[in-house]
Design a protein around this ligand. Structure first.
Ligand code: TYD
Length: 212
């Protein structure tokens, strides 16, 4: 039985939208879902998220960043994920351990085996049953993110886009794809350049099979 489902992928691949669509779909079939995310799925995690996403131009070391994501995860698994699974709910989580492997491992170059062990500790060995990896070319994801941020801040999307480091995000994307190739039974790669409805149709096909 599929209980713990994660959505992974580079920035701007539409994870949050697809997670909500899946929650509606499952809800309409009488399944009780908990929607959550990392970082920021708990009150403590909200503080950590704010620190991580609002450091602005201040330099943040890779280990510092890693420990913040792990601290957020440890609290999240303890406070939200384990209790929800114990209540037989379906947990839909926007980012989890694979993000650490892709961003801090493949992206920042931290040893992958070390990250596996730290993830195991932070998640108390609780692993997703199913992961949707939303994948599209980095340029598409980044321009979607830049447009969203620009709309929110009322600034020009181009300025934001120029600052992004394409090569970093390319490494992250390839990292996610490597993870998916290593665990094809758990991780399904979903083409995310298509329309919202087309992407959801692909997700629905997989979930229908798993829930049969
Ligand atoms: P998120 O809010 O999901 O960003 P977006 O909506 O743009 O996808 O995640 C915030 C950022 O945190 C995102 O750039 C990925 C990064 N991240 C890591 O680097 N490592 C991690 O372990 C996690 C969970 C997120």
């Amino acid at each position: 039985m599929v209980r713990f489902i994660t959505f992974e992928g580079c920035d701007g691949t539409g994870k949050s939208t697809q997670l909500r669509l899946l929650a509606d779909y499952l809800g309409a079939r009488g399944k009780s879902c908990v929607l959550t995310r990392e970082p920021g799925g708990t009150p403590l995690g909200q503080h950590i998220r704010q620190v991580l996403l609002e450091v602005g131009d201040q330099p943040i070391g890779s280990p510092t960043e890693l420990f913040l994501y792990l601290a957020d995860r440890a609290q999240h698994v303890q406070e939200i994920i384990i209790p929800a699974l114990e209540q037989e709910k379906i947990v839909l989580c926007d980012r989890h351990t694979d993000s650490t492997m892709a961003y801090q491992g493949y992206g920042r170059g931290i040893d992958l085996e070390l990250l596996r062990r730290l993830n195991e500790m932070a998640s108390q060995g609780v692993r997703p049953d199913l992961t949707f990896l939303l994948d599209c070319p980095v340029s598409i994801g980044l321009s979607r993110t830049a447009e969203r941020q620009a709309r929110a801040a009322g600034v020009n999307a181009e300025d934001r886009f120029e600052k992004e480091k394409l090569d970093f995000h390319e490494k992250v994307r390839q990292g996610f794809l490597n993870l998916a190739r290593a665990e094809p039974g758990r991780i399904s790669i979903i083409g995310a350049a298509a329309s919202v409805q087309e992407v959801f149709a692909a997700i629905k096909t997989i979930i229908d099979k798993k829930l049969e």
